[in-house]
Design a protein around this ligand. Structure first.
Ligand code: ATP
Ligand code: MG
Length: 397
């Protein structure tokens, strides 16, 4: 049986009152965006506390619908359903029995009927619907039995303007609809971690802008293209991402020239954070996001992160902070960024990296080293800010 109607389940906790509209409207907007990418024409609508996706005709593949909706944060589950007009009890029984037969065939299974009556003028109440329909199913489908505690099949019958019949749920990605929680600036490198970090914060409903520090000719056009590709892959979940590409070469060279080489990475990272923050303020972002995880590399020891973080005035979200690399790799494989992340293009952090970077930097010493940059760095900083290239990255799936 091919389904043409889908009930969208979302978590309702914490979204009472006015917030509920914002949540539902954002969710519907993201659902429409996801469905635009597949064949078919769909109507997304709302009926008190329910969101439906209805196919306008038969020109679609049901699997595409699930695949598209599994990229929409806020969806807990997608239930393929029959939605029928109320044409009397006997007709409803007939429809339900044929639905069960077509969906579960000759299987032996236990079931329970769960009825909801949103329209109180319906002649039977919820209990009566459950009991009577249960009996009809028992009588007409051989080999099935009722189990009210742990049924194999939970058959939902909802009496509304029309009648909804469904029993299956395809798992959604969970989270909150993008657009319900402000905007943040993701520091996006070509690595494995930062795309995953962006995915995780977008999952909490946050719109993502991204910044990439490019150092031509030390980093190639292909390295830049790789980051654009990653931004597009994150956009499959997060919605379109504005990627700001900063030309970081002159700043890096100045640091290389003026500061002790074992402190390069940490000073460079402090400048990255400062620039990211300035861009964040300019674009209305309320926080920064990085792919850092405690202890992963020299620049991610507690001491290094404290020194890096010292330049930040806005919150820095590090969703991977407690994750092992393997856990991060698994998420990146699951969301589809891994293959791009492991392409072997150079990264500006690795090119200018010292043989023995400090792992326990001291803030006062770092600040003293940074004084060597006074008078040199300011025009470079300004030039970097004035030459930012912004690329609109939309999913190409
Ligand atoms: P990733 O896999 O995300 O590149 P990493 O393990 O290579 O992380 P680092 O190179 O120390 O770790 O980078 C830590 C974080 O700093 C990254 O997750 C990213 O958020 C940010 N970052 C590093 N390099 C860049 C860059 N060239 N442009 C933008 N952000 C960067
Ligand atoms: Mg990296």
């Amino acid at each position: 049986m091919k389904f043409h109607a889908f009930l969208i389940k979302y978590a309702e906790i914490g979204i009472k009152g006015k917030n509920r509209y914002l949540f539902e409207d954002a969710l519907m907007k993201q659902i429409r965006r996801a469905l635009r990418r597949i064949d078919g024409s769909f109507t997304v609508c709302k009926e008190d506390g329910r969101i439906y996706v209805m196919a306008d005709n038969d020109d679609f593949d049901e699997e595409d619908v699930y695949e598209a909706l599994q990229h929409v944060f806020g969806i807990q589950g997608i239930c393929p359903m029959l939605q029928v007009e109320d044409e009397g009890w006997d007709k409803l029984c007939e429809t339900v029995v044929s639905y069960m037969k077509e969906t579960y065939g000759q299987e032996q299974y236990s079931f329970k009927v769960q009825a909801r009556r949103a329209r109180k003028n319906y002649p039977l109440n919820s209990n009566e619907i459950c009991r009577n329909m249960g009996e009809v199913i028992l009588n007409q489908i051989p080999g099935v039995h009722v189990d009210v505690h742990n049924p194999d099949v939970m058959l939902h019958i909802e009496i509304r303007q029309k009648i909804n019949i469904y029993s299956k749920t395809v798992k959604g990605p969970g989270g909150m609809p993008v657009g319900t929680n402000g905007k943040a600036m993701l520091l996006l490198s070509g690595g494995i971690d930062s795309p995953v970090a962006g995915y995780m914060i977008a999952k909490r409903g946050v719109v993502i802008d991204a910044v990439y520090f490019h150092a031509p000719p030390y980093t190639s056009e292909r390295a830049k293209q790789k980051v654009i590709d990653l931004a597009k892959e994150v956009a499959a979940y997060a919605g379109p991402v504005n990627l700001h590409i900063v030309n970081f070469t002159d700043i890096q060279l100045a640091i290389y020239e003026k500061c002790p080489h074992d402190e390069l990475t940490i000073i460079m990272r402090r400048y990255m954070m400062k620039i990211a923050q300035d861009l964040a303020v300019k674009t209305g972002c309320l926080g920064l996001i990085t792919g850092e995880s405690i202890g992963q590399v020299a620049s991610q020891t507690m001491q290094s992160m404290a020194v890096t973080n010292e330049v930040c005035e806005m919150p820095v979200y590090r969703p991977l902070v407690g994750f092992d690399k393997q856990d991060i790799v698994e998420i990146s494989q699951q969301i589809g960024t891994f293959e791009t992340s492991i392409l072997p293009y150079e990264d500006c952090c690795t090119i200018f990296v010292a043989k023995h970077p400090v792992t326990k930097p001291n803030l006062n010493i770092i600040k003293r080293s940074e004084r060597n940059l006074e008078g040199v760095i300011e025009p470079l900083y300004e030039a970097a800010m004035n030459t930012v290239e912004t690329v609109w990255c939309e999913s190409e799936r």
